[in-house]
Write a protein that binds this ligand. Structure first.
Ligand SMILES: Cc1ncc(COP(=O)(O)O)c(C=O)c1O
Ligand SMILES: N[C@@H](CCSC[C@H](N)C(=O)O)C(=O)O
Length: 464
């Protein structure tokens, strides 16, 4: 895995500068054209900061030089004259200094010209979908977060929008439904909950060829800007649930939208001001605080997730995780992302067995959502994706027994022991002298040495 963000220089227009930028990847030759930010992405000497630094480095124009952005908990701002004067703010629905600070910080780390923050991830998709008109067509995936599916379904039944759900992991299937009426392509990658990978650059260029004004949007919630920057892969809009990795502690709801097209940014802002869904000052402050630890959290979560994924696979479960070489789109994933994240899913072959596993775990909280510092376990068909009806889930191949794990920052061995105990207690593992094996093994032992090692540890731990 390369150092997060180290090579993500903004696109340069001049070919000479472009060649230079390849030679000096970390030098910000064009002075970067990102928006005015509470912290520039590069110091005056020109070397571009890596994302780890950008996440925490913030400057404000606070009169007392407060290190943490103040919370402007005020609905209104006094004007300097009856006509409004030159005041930047008048009313928090329209704008608030704490929100502006956060939005500028996010624009920088999302490699965008403008970022906007709203009250939830679904709020972000709602703002985006209000750019559509009756008769417009939307092309999206057949493995999609349940809430996104629900909103799109509502738009198709109440808003006259035609929604095509296709397998976006196969660009030819996307091509089949693209046309002049395609106003929006809405991609999620990795998909939730089947962890499938979508080729953003290929689909973005196909969509723009079919309709140059088509808005290609990517839900980047699973990876966060630390691991993937869809705007640099051809997307027009990237949106995320800030409730997840960006904030990291499940203590707030937030949604983020980011764009490079200023006109589109204005349209999104208009909708946010008109509908009143901008993020409240306290939540902006809390999200700003969470963002600063994104890298340390994600590094720890990924390390733990790799260990858990290897353990489950070596025990014989069918595991879906892009950090595993067995993932069918491992190379495609690594061509777009800088790390596999910390959400994985696996099958047990039996719904009741899955229920017993979920209920037997102790460290793993039974909870929807992901991206939090503590580890979560869930059954998507019963929980996060219950808003997709059972028939549709079946048509889309979402296994009812699927278990999703959202790996936290706890001690990896503790997490592994707790999961192993839950699997044994639920009757999902056979413990033999030569190790632990899934009762309904769905794959062969792909990492025998590691599997044996873990099995030996498991046997030792489970000895009375
Ligand atoms: C991939 C994905 N996108 C969007 C959302 C919506 O975010 P929020 O819950 O913040 O509204 C969620 C989860 O809720 C999600 O998993
Ligand atoms: N009851 C909620 C379920 C939220 S799921 C949250 C998250 N996206 C996940 O995938 O776990 C609803 O109806 O939206």
């Amino acid at each position: 895995m390369s150092e997060s963000g180290a090579s993500s220089t903004p696109p340069l227009k001049d070919p000479k500068l472009s060649a230079m930028s390849k030679a000096f990847a970390r030098v910000d030759l064009d002075g970067h054209d990102l928006p005015p930010s509470p912290a520039p992405s590069s110091p005056r000497s020109g070397r571009q900061y890596s994302i780890a630094t950008q996440l925490v480095y913030s400057e404000g124009n606070d009169q007392y030089n407060a290190s943490s952005v103040p919370i402007y908990q005020s609905a209104t701002f006094k004007q300097t004259s009856a006509t409004g004067g030159a005041s930047e703010y008048d009313y928090t629905r329209s704008g608030n200094p704490t929100r502006t600070h956060l939005e500028n910080h996010l624009a920088k780390i999302m490699r965008a010209k403008r970022a906007l923050v709203v009250s939830s991830g679904m709020g972000a998709l709602d703002v985006l979908s209000r750019q559509l008109r009756p008769g417009d067509e939307v092309v999206t995936g057949d493995d999609l977060y349940g809430g996104s599916h629900r909103l799109l379904k509502y738009l198709s039944t109440h808003g006259g929008i035609v929604v095509h759900h296709v397998d976006t992991t196969t660009p030819e299937k996307v091509q089949d439904v693209l046309g002049a009426k395609t106003a929006m392509v809405l991609l999620e990658t990795p998909t939730n909950p089947l962890i499938k990978i979508v080729d953003i650059p290929t689909i973005a260029s196909m969509a723009h060829a079919a309709n140059p004004s088509c808005i290609v949007s990517v839900d980047n919630t699973m990876l966060s800007p630390l691991l993937q920057n869809p705007l640099e892969l051809g997307a027009d809009v990237v949106y995320e649930s800030g409730t997840k990795y960006l904030s990291g502690h499940h203590d707030l709801m937030a949604g983020v939208l980011a764009v490079n097209d200023e006109a589109l940014g204005e349209k999104l802002y208009f909708t946010i001001n008109a509908s009143g869904c901008g993020l409240a000052p306290f939540d902006c402050w809390l999200l700003m605080r969470g963002i600063k630890t994104l890298k340390v959290r994600m590094d720890a979560q990924q390390n733990n997730a790799m260990m858990i994924a290897h353990f489950l696979e070596s025990a014989g479960f069918k595991v879906r995780y892009p950090g595993l070489k067995s993932h069918p789109q491992y190379d495609l994933f690594n061509s777009m992302a800088r790390g596999p994240g910390a959400v994985l899913s696996f099958e047990t072959g039996d719904i009741q067995l899955s229920e017993r596993i979920v209920e037997s775990a102790k460290l793993w909280a039974i909870s929807v959502s992901f991206g939090c510092v503590n580890s979560l376990i869930s059954m998507p068909c019963r929980m996060s994706h219950a808003s997709i009806d059972a028939k549709t889930r079946q048509e889309r191949g979402v296994p009812e027994d699927l278990i999703r794990l959202c790996v936290g920052i706890e001690d990896g061995e503790d997490l592994l022991d707790d999961l192993r105990s839950a699997l044994v207690q639920a009757g999902a593992l056979n413990v033999t002298l030569d190790g632990v094996h899934a009762k309904n093994a769905t794959v062969g032992d792909q990492h025998p040495q590691e599997g044996e090692l873990l099995a030996a540890k498991a046997a030792a731990i489970n000895e009375p």
